[in-house]
Design a protein around this ligand. Structure first.
Ligand code: HEM
Length: 488
């Protein structure tokens, strides 16, 4: 359903002058060369050359929708965030779903995590939760992220995605075993963005009015039911309809079939963290539900498509550092790196005024900063003073931090994330494997084997297989046999 918005009237140049002829450019005589005085021709060609902005370095391909979040439980004991302060309270949201590795024009139906980036337009500023459809991740230290992503993207020599690079990195980064087991299992290729869960993945801080701290993990459970594609179904769909996910989302909203998610949190009192059996800030681990049962706190509904994909979806920006009072970061080393990476990416990709674009600006609050000017500054501050403190009634600091401080000890240095009693790189991957039915295990082994079989170096394939053997002896044995059968 496309909409022609412009009011009736003549076609104009960018400066608003009426255009006489949009079919023939000006030339020196019929059949002669073009004239530099042809403002329309020059303007059109120049604007066209500048239509693209850099695509996201990861998660380039995505689809977004607006909606609302409604609180369904009293969580004021855990956080003072105002948008969570009352049962029934509604907050407008924008959610951008994405795949990770593919470029802007890639197909949707691929084996890859899906991004689940949610912006809550709260009355205390925008709160962004930039998660995935997986509760864990491949690595646990931000310093490894660029290397990891290089192995998922195109090889510098072949220009293609290469199984050698992917499995080399995963084999040499055993902490990835849990997430890789997840990714090659049944949920690795969701049927659509509507039929998958979302997770905040990291552990975050919630703090109540009294300053008590809880560590929190977010879960968004799809009310549409989980639906996945097999590798064969995905291969076919990716060829037939590369836009399958984005079309599905847009069309569902157009016909009023609004997708919803039930929002749950796992909460850990701050005092539990030090002695918990797993490092609670390790992104490669979940908190088993028997330890911290998820509690339902809200409902998320998507009910409005963007009117302009470029303006609202491509230029939307989400930052894990966009917190609101009562919510903050944890010491998770991945999250800490992300607190820098996103704002930096936005300044490069969209510009220093990205947060002032309609999709990104606070809607239930007002941004009152002394940051000014820069490319595409719209003058929104008028003549207001651009410094603080000032004597002209300008906005001033509140003296209350958004979140509570975290106590630390020890010397600075390149420390690995601390290991707790039951931490190793394989235990939760093994648990996940053993939770699966025989059929699911077989599909997992087949999916992995089909991929590992494409590796050109035996030692890379073998190293990868050994990680799965460390997770579960039977897993490793079956995988080795399946890879051998394919490689001959
Ligand atoms: C240290 C690790 C990571 C770094 C440095 C990193 C960096 C980035 C960057 C630079 C972008 C592009 C942002 C833009 O251009 O607007 C991005 C997008 C994204 N990342 Fe990460 N990322 C990391 C880990 C993760 C993890 C663990 C998750 C999920 C749990 C995640 C979820 C996303 C999502 C959903 C997007 C797309 C946001 C959107 O729709 O605009 N990333 N990441």
């Amino acid at each position: 359903m496309s909409v022609q918005d412009e009011t009736a009237g003549p076609l104009t140049t960018e400066a608003g002058a009426p255009v006489a002829d949009n079919q023939n450019s000006q030339t020196a005589g019929a059949g002669g060369p073009a004239l530099i005085q042809d403002q329309l021709l020059l303007e059109k060609l120049a604007h066209f050359n500048r239509e693209r902005i850099p695509e996201r370095v990861v998660h380039a391909r995505g689809a977004g929708a607006y909606g609302r979040f409604t609180v369904t439980a009293d969580v004021t004991r855990y956080t003072r965030a105002k948008f969570l302060s009352e049962i029934g309270k509604e907050t407008e949201v924008f959610l951008r779903f994405s795949t990770v590795a593919g470029n802007l024009g890639a197909a949707d139906a691929v084996r890859d995590p899906r991004g689940f980036a949610l912006k809550f337009y709260t009355e205390e500023g925008n709160y962004d939760l930039v998660g995935n459809n997986t509760p864990v991740f491949f690595i646990k230290d931000a310093v490894k992220f660029p290397d990891f992503i290089h192995t998922q993207k195109r090889d510098p020599y072949t220009g293609s995605q290469e199984p050698d690079n992917v499995w080399d990195f995963w084999g040499l980064s055993p902490e990835s075993t849990h997430q890789v087991t997840w990714l090659f299992g049944d949920r690795g290729i969701p049927a659509s963005y509507r039929h998958m869960n979302g997770y905040g993945s990291h552990t975050f801080q919630w703090a109540n009015d009294a300053g008590e701290v809880f560590w929190v993990k977010y879960h968004f459970k799809t009310d549409q039911g989980i639906k996945n594609l097999t590798q064969a179904e995905a291969d076919e769909l990716a060829g037939k309809d590369p836009d399958s996910h984005q079309r599905d989302l847009r069309e569902a909203i157009e016909r009023g079939d609004y997708p919803t998610w039930t929002v749950q949190v796992q909460l850990m009192p701050a005092a539990d963290a030090a002695a918990y059996r797993f490092n609670p800030f390790d992104l490669t681990k979940v908190w088993p539900h028997e330890d911290y049962p998820p509690i339902e706190i809200g409902k998320l509904e998507l009910n409005r498509n963007p009117r302009n994909v470029f303006a609202e979806t491509e230029q939307s920006v989400f930052s894990p550092h966009h917190f609101v009072p009562g919510i903050g970061p944890s010491p998770d080393k991945m999250l800490q790196g992300r607190l820098f990476a996103y704002g930096d990416a936005h300044r490069y990709r969209v510009g220093i005024n990205a947060d002032a674009l309609p999709v990104n600006e606070p809607k239930a609050a007002r941004a009152r900063t002394h940051g000014r000017d820069g490319v595409m500054y719209d003058g929104r501050h008028g003549g207001a003073k651009n410094y603080e403190p000032n004597s002209f009634g300008g906005p001033a600091q509140t003296d209350r931090p958004l979140w509570e401080p975290t106590a630390v000890t020890g010397a600075t240095g390149e420390h690995p994330a601390p290991s707790h009693a039951e931490d190793d790189d394989f235990v939760q991957a093994g648990d996940l494997y053993r939770l699966m039915s025989q059929d699911e295990q077989q599909r997992l082994v087949d999916n992995l084997a089909g991929n590992i079989a494409g590796v050109s170096h035996d030692e890379i394939a073998q190293r990868a297989i050994e990680n799965f053997r460390k997770a579960d002896e039977d897993f490793g044995k079956r995988l080795e046999a399946a890879v051998q059968a394919l490689r001959g």
